[in-house]
Design a protein around this ligand. Structure first.
Ligand code: SRM
Ligand code: SF4
Length: 576
């Protein structure tokens, strides 16, 4: 018999945590500014991460001694389909000011992050988020993460509502069952009584789905439409592509094994686009999702976290073996997927009539950062809109915000609030900026090797100027930047991906697509930040000269390939 592979250290930490309690429980009460190594892994399952101010690293005090690390926590709110009310947004805005560093970060998984929370304030913070009827449980950790869903509230038929309902159901169905969350964060501080602990657990199976060590790795789910893949469904472990017949959802094509992260030092790691597995009717989605999660739970790699995502299991087995195993858990044969192609993507910016007499406005937010700075008081504007007009809100998978259910007579007020606070309306934002994303990176992300969010505006300004020079300012293509190869801004299926490689240097990827269903290829490596746009200019020139009618930048690069693009760049004299 073959020996069982050794478990990774994180697996042991999860097993010893007593269903996500230890050692967080004990360390929460001590005076230390930071959690220890084991607790640091467990807190993620409760929806927060430990970080330190990266800008401060390497600084010295007056005597030349290195400064201590300045620890703080980042708390992530999970919102299926990015859906929240004005009251909830106002709560988040208050909380970032009371406990955090004063701004919000809308994420590309339709969640909200608050950075800079001191360890001693985490409990109050999580409690306040729960009081506002939101949660951080399952926002991070080795469980099902926030379920993505197209946020546009089109009510011309019930399709978008059905999708949102499905996102809520999957989110609930795959939620961890442990009572640790309630014990740790929702215990009454005065009486010590557990408000929501729900009685004893002896004799019960505590985590019927996840078991004592949860999943081998994070697990991501998204729901999209073929004509509007705004959630980038192919980059998820499990994607559901809605198939609409007679204005209703007939079922979903099930896609599996997407994921972006890669580790350059490990040649066996790679980004992957999800593959078609099956077609499923709406009433069977939960049962099938559970069967897929169980397959990954029982056969995913628990020895090496770098190869633990479901995409590696599928690569090792092949899709047929994976499908056969899922069928065992599902208890019946799967139906073949329907022949549907991804057709388009919307970013939902600007005004749209919802189909019920009301309107929604999609507000582009640079890298999702909700902050007042320079002449742009975005945070104040969002606060005023929520206070005065009380729209419903949706966060998009492009780190932006939709104000929904706006009455026709409120439209002017909304625009006035934005304008008065110096927030650009959709017609003032260039096409390239509108479709760009950057991950958070420095100064908070512990894994960052170079800048991303903080330098994207500069890269955008240069790109805008060059695109005008080449007459390409109206082209629709994605530019996505990350501070390391983990791929949080999904750069590997973008038209242009800029991936942090070493300090101040990036790898350029080209040839992905706005539709999100094709991987990009590596074009140039170790490009300094200040040369990124210069290196891209010959690509624009070549595109302008030799594109076919209707061809997008990504499709053009894909057709030409790296060799050809490099040859052209070598001979390019520098004029449009
Ligand atoms: Fe991510 C880790 C930020 C979406 C792939 N990601 C991190 C951490 C938590 C760093 C860490 O582990 O300590 C980053 C926190 C930075 C900070 O200071 O806030 C971080 N990821 C983000 C966000 C905020 C990026 C953003 O700018 O919007 C996104 C939060 C989404 C949410 O609300 O849940 C975010 N991360 C993604 C995505 C995109 C997606 O899911 O659609 C990916 C690629 C898809 C995928 O998962 O394959 C992604 N993040 C990663 C990875 C690589 C995972 C892998 O399989 O290799 C890591 C590192 C890890 O898990 O070890 C990571
Ligand atoms: Fe951090 Fe890397 Fe993700 Fe950017 S891509 S947020 S640097 S982990």
């Amino acid at each position: 018999m073959s020996e069982k592979p050794k478990l990774s250290p994180v697996e042991k930490i999860k097993i010893e945590s007593n269903y996500l309690r230890d050692p967080v429980q004990e360390e929460l009460g001590n005076e230390e500014p930071a959690f220890g190594k084991s607790a640091e892994q467990i807190i993620k399952h409760h929806g927060f991460y430990q970080q330190d101010d990266r800008d401060r690293r390497g600084m010295k005090d007056a005597d030349g001694k290195p400064l201590d690390k300045a620890y703080s926590m980042m708390v992530r709110t999970k919102l299926p389909g990015g859906k929240l009310t004005s009251a909830q947004m106002l709560d988040e805005l208050d909380l970032c000011e009371r406990y955090g560093n004063g701004d919000l970060r809308l994420t590309d998984r339709q969640g909200i992050q608050i950075h800079g929370i001191l360890k001693g304030n985490v409990k109050a913070m999580i409690r306040a988020i729960c009081d506002a009827q939101m949660t951080t449980l399952g926002a991070c950790g080795d469980v099902c993460r926030n379920v993505l869903c197209c946020p546009a509230p089109h009510r011309h038929n019930t399709v978008r509502d059905e999708m949102q309902e499905m996102a809520n159901q999957i989110s609930d169905h795959l939620l961890p069952n442990t009572k640790a969350y309630y014990e740790l964060w929702l215990t009454d501080p005065e009486t010590g009584e557990k408000e929501l602990a729900g009685g004893g657990t002896e004799g019960k199976v505590i985590e019927p789905l996840y078991g004592e060590n949860y999943l081998p790795r994070k697990f991501k789910v998204a729901i999209a439409l073929p004509e509007d893949n705004c959630v980038d469904v192919c980059t998820n472990d499990l994607g559901l592509l809605a198939i609409v017949e007679d204005d209703q959802i007939a079922g979903y094509n099930v896609l599996v094994g997407g994921g972006m992260g890669l580790t350059p030092s490990n040649k066996n790691t790679f980004p992957a686009i999800a593959q078609s597995l099956a077609f499923v009717t709406p009433e069977n989605v939960l049962r099938l999702s559970e069967a897929i999660v169980k397959t990954q739970r029982d056969f995913g790699n628990r020895a090496d976290r770098k190869r633990a995502r479901m995409k590696y299991l599928i690569r090792n087995w092949g899709i047929e073996k994976f499908r056969a195993k899922v069928e065992e858990y599902y208890g019946e044969k799967l139906t073949d997927p329907q022949p549907i192609e991804m057709a388009d993507v919307e970013d939902h910016t600007g005004w749209h009539e919802q189909g019920d007499g009301r309107w929604f406005y999609g507000l582009h937010i640079d890298s999702g950062r909700v902050i007042d700075r320079d002449e742009c008081n975005l945070k104040t504007a969002i606060r005023q809109v929520c206070q005065q007009l009380q729209p419903n809100l949706r966060i998009t998978a492009h780190q932006s915000l939709l104000f929904t259910d706006v009455a026709p007579e409120q439209r002017e007020t909304l625009e006035t609030i934005l304008r008065d606070n110096g927030v650009g309306l959709d017609d003032q934002i260039s096409q390239v900026r509108r479709w760009a994303m950057a991950c958070v990176s420095l100064p908070t992300c512990p894994l960052a090797v170079t800048e991303s969010e903080r330098v994207l505006p500069g890269v955008m300004a240069q790109l805008e100027a060059e695109l005008i020079r080449y007459g390409l300012e109206n082209e629709k293509f994605t530019v996505r930047m990350t501070g390391c190869p983990n791929g949080c801004a999904r750069p590997y299926n973008a038209d242009i991906g800029l991936v942090g490689k070493t300090k101040n240097k990036y790898t350029i990827f080209l040839g992905g697509t706005l539709r999100g269903d094709r991987l990009a290829f590596m074009y140039r490596e170790i490009v300094p930040l200040n040369e990124l746009v210069t290196i891209l200019v010959p690509v624009f020139a070549y595109f302008m000269r030799e594109r076919q009618p209707g061809e997008t930048l990504g499709d053009f690069c894909h057709r030409k390939g790296a060799q050809d693009l490099l040859l052209f760049a070598d001979s390019y004299a520098g004029e449009p």
